[in-house]
Write a protein that binds this ligand. Sequence first.
Ligand code: SF4
Length: 668
Amino acid sequence: MKLELDVLEAFSKEGVLSRSIDLFMPRQGQIDMALAVARAIEYAETLVVEAGTGVGKTYAYLVPALLSGDRVLMSTATKALQDQLYGRDLPRLVEALGLPVETALLKGRSSYLCLHRLAMASAQSDMSDHRTSRSLGRIAEWAKVTRSGDLAELPGLDEKSPVIPLVTSTRENCLGSQCPDFRSCHVNLARKKALAADIVVVNHHLFFADLAVRESGLAELLPSVRVAIFDEAHQLNETGVQFLGISLTTGQLLDLCRDMLATGLQAARGLVDWQQIVASCEMAARDLRMCAGKAHPGSKLRWTDTVPEGLDPAIWSDALDRICASLSGALVALNTVSEIGPEFVRLHERAAELLNRANAFFAPCQTEFVRWVEVGSQLRLTESPLTIAKAVKAKMLEAPGEAGKTWIFTSATLGDDEKLSWFTQPCGLDDAKTLRVESPFDYAQQAALYVPPDFPKPSDSRHPVAVAECAARWSGRIGGRTLLLTTSLRALRVIGETLDLLFENSDSMEVLVQGIMPKRVLVERFRQGASRGQRGCVMVASASFWEGIDIPGDALQLVIIDKLPFPPPNDPMVEARSQALEAEGKSAFNHYFLPEAAVALNQGAGRLIRRETDAGILVVCDSRLASMGYGKRLIKALPPMHRLINEEALVSKLDSLTKTCTSETLPF
Ligand code: SF4
């Protein structure tokens, strides 16, 4: 009760937040959520909160967590959100509340500069490769002054830069306590700081990676934490299943071969025939890749029987057999030289781990898991759990020593029913308390929904071109300000190309297609929009742009969605989840496809209205939303927007947006 009173006081009109934070206004939804979090902390409960856009959920969980005085672990979906939480919201509140707490940020090892690998890369740098040498030089200069070693602090370094793998470590190649740079190692220092802090901010990838392999120190940290909070929790299940299964790639085998040859020739030349050992592993990896030679790149082959679909059983088993045999040979060789240096011990561990995984793929798939093979330049064999439910129960909620802990899960979209079952069931949180806090926005006034009638069906090949033509027409009326979200990369390409052609000679419109520049730069360009004499923008994007993009104000006023975002029915994971539901006598469409589409649609629609003064239109170019019975359920899951019945009404609203786009007045 004491914590609830403190929270109420902090959020009150005369409270500490109103006094110390610019533009802070008490909001009932935020207070409701903060009190629920405070109660959950006081009574060691598990709480799931869906907090609509604009509720201010970050403060609603941070304030009670900070005031509780407990040790807290916070996890969010991405490194960018982690930086925002740690660098902006957390220090602001710590200062406002005047609390003497130690905070720490912990990312995965690939985010930190590895001093040992930087030294090796600099020594081996080929001076003829000017770009790499220049980048290494810049990193070496920065290495002298950085305290955290977090590469996100290095200005201008693209997160996909090929130099990053050269200067960061992996679990496989880190030398650990044998490393000459161990004492000043940034990865170790970040972990030590996290272990000593009161509040630690991590991300879901790191959390689940650690739950699976206990590598980053989180496993030691978790038992001492009293409160664990997961923001952007809607991503937990999909992130978690990636780490809780087994996977083996031909790339991992080839990487091992490369490192084994380099280290063997450098430190144990002549003691082992490294060329022969490596050639045998490489050949086995290439033969395994060749098994799926005719499969379309990017395809996923179901693996419900002893071999993946479409592959010759004898050739597949033989190839997998030879992987195991060549790895066993490598293990014997590495064993004979393990005393020469720690590098050989690490190589031995890597080879043993890969052999374990290869052997696992000979055994039948575990129950409630699904197996498939992904074809690309390399072959990826995966066995993944269908959900994280069992792991959440066994390794978190009911793990030894975890009693008395509070677990909070929150996001703007967690399902389309009161019990938030889309989220709670796959996450094993059926017994958790749930709370839904409505968005404070007046959607009926601020936003409108239009579903074009007489539109080509989603399965019609003319559909993407029709979407692009409409988008060109409508965005032209408001000077860009349009985000077009697609459900597939193919649609992204066709729509992007069609819009490029339609605006080819336009001086006033720029088409921004996902992939033409880094996401951060693309979004920044879009934000500038038609301001300061720039051209207006239509941004066409898929996947990660459906969520996490925050463009408030009149830079974004029209969101167009090409199709209802149902999960792809042919995906092995989707198929396996559907079959599991049907085996329980449930309809996969009602219990899986529809809730998935409802949540994804809501995420996409959520890009439109970001604050009380925003106004905009959502267009869904999929007539099923209006014509099919299930469309009602999907519309009900969206915020309650005004419905536009024909294109005339749409055009009239678009025109009213342009008249009011710089004023604070709402157009409808
Ligand atoms: S301990 Fe590992 S991560 Fe740290 S500097 Fe050495 S090799 Fe790099």
